[in-house]
Design a protein around this ligand. Structure first.
Ligand SMILES: *Cc1c(COP(=O)(O)O)cnc(C)c1O
Length: 398
């Protein structure tokens, strides 16, 4: 067929299609260990699995179009009833905000990210974030014709908040923080992120003295449940306390909750923004069993605690073993480890530890990990999978 390009929206004209030959299955046959997608290999709470099985009897039905039940459940979970009560703002129909109005649901937080691009990005709008980070954000910017303003991570692989602050201009529409970051697994304490958000909005107010535009801050907290620091806190707290500048905090059921295949993610934001973002929600795109399972999953917080504890135990084991094998291990805060060749490695060590070689050698042994940004990224699986991974690594680098 000729000239398909001419049919496309401008931003899609320049977006390269993925090569047919390079497309790979992301599903794996039985017997292959997946340590490449940061999934929770312990799976969801057993009660959730049981509920899912029961819900299959109703798959002939369309699901709840606006996902009201799950939104209410999430709003309850975060105590947003008090926030809604304290807020006096009404919408264009003169209605008061209800707790569930603070919640956006998407078919995975990937879908939420796409909704954000569709709602906010005009061609030329600047979007500030760090790289390497989660690739869905640059994809979103490209898809809607925005301008990527990419700040390198700091030397110790953290989001460079000072650099990002400097990069905010009058053309900035979105500022994105991924915390903990993927693929590096590093995190920044909540107090520092909160300070950054206040500062960005102060700068935005200075850049737009007429108040004609503001900057939307997006904080992706997909791995929040794994962070083991009692002083760390979620930016959801800012929304809870009634912060009234544009702030969107993203979460997902795909990671700690062990429900990636159900495709349900969510974000917490102010009702006016949530109403706007929901304009971009695709019709009927939630899965019914998914909504039910995620509602139930929030009730089993003891299970999430257990998942977190197991993750720490397994992660410590993998990190220690990798260090003993001579790798540089970036301190991990989530359910994966970013590791690479240390600076002082010899030429021979470099060859053995080469991330692409390591990834391929592991794949030969039916263990999948990633090799992003000149490093390797391994997800923390079950205790047994971690042992298999380390045993294979010993074979590969010794
Ligand atoms: C895995 C991940 C998500 C979650 O994606 P879903 O679409 O909800 O499965 C979001 N952000 C980051 C940084 C991730 O690594």
């Amino acid at each position: 067929m000729k000239n398909v390009t001419a049919l496309l929206r401008d931003s899609m004209k320049v977006k390269p299609a993925s090569k047919r030959g390079a497309r790979q299955k992301t599903s794996t046959p039985k017997g292959v260990t997946r340590l490449n997608f940061n999934e929770n290999n312990y799976g969801p709470a057993p009660e959730v699995t049981k509920l899912l099985i029961d819900s299959i009897g109703r798959v002939n039905e369309y699901q709840d179009f606006f996902a009201i039940d799950l939104k209410q459940k999430i709003a309850d979970f975060y105590g947003l009833d008090k926030t809604a009560e304290a807020a006096s703002e009404t919408n264009e129909f003169g209605e008061n905000s209800k707790p569930e109005d603070y919640v956006i649901i998407g078919a995975g937080s990937s879908a939420v990210i796409d909704m954000l691009g569709e709602i906010f990005i005009n061609p030329g709008d600047e979007v500030v974030y760090c790289m390497p980070s989660y690739e869905s954000f640059p994809d979103m910017v490209n898809d809607y014709g925005g301008k990527r303003v990419e700040i390198p991570l700091t030397a110790d692989y953290h989001f460079d908040l000072d650099g990002m602050y400097e990069a905010v201009t009058e053309k900035t529409k979105l500022v994105v923080v991924v915390n903990p970051n993927n693929p590096t697994g590093t995190y920044i304490n909540g107090a520092k992120i909160e300070e950054f958000i206040w500062k960005v909005h102060e700068k935005a107010a200075r850049l737009h003295p007429d108040g004609d535009q503001d900057v939307v801050v997006i904080v992706d907290e997909a791995y929040y449940e794994y962070v083991d620091d009692p002083t760390h806190y979620s930016m959801i707290e800012m929304v809870q306390k009634g912060y009234d500048r544009p702030l969107i905090v993203q979460r997902t059921f795909s990671k700690a909750y062990g429900l990636a295949g159900l495709r349900i993610g969510y974000a917490i934001t102010q009702p006016a923004l949530a109403d706007a973002i929901m304009k971009a929600c695709q019709a009927w795109n939630y899965s019914g069993p998914g909504l039910l399972a995620c509602e139930a999953a929030l009730d089993y917080q003891d299970y999430i605690k257990k998942v977190k504890a197991l993750n720490i135990e397994n992660r410590n084991y993998v990190a220690d073993e990798l260090k003993q094998l001579g790798f540089e291990v970036v301190p991990p805060a989530a359910n994966f480890i970013f590791f690479g060749i240390p600076e002082d490695a010899t030429a021979e060590e470099r060859e053995k530890m080469d991330p692409v070689r390591v990834k391929n050698e592991l794949a030969e042994r039916k263990i999948l990990i990633g090799a992003p940004n000149g490093h390797n990224r391994v997800s923390i699986g079950t205790a047994e999978e971690c042992k298999m991974f380390i045993a294979a690594m010993k074979e590969i680098v010794r």
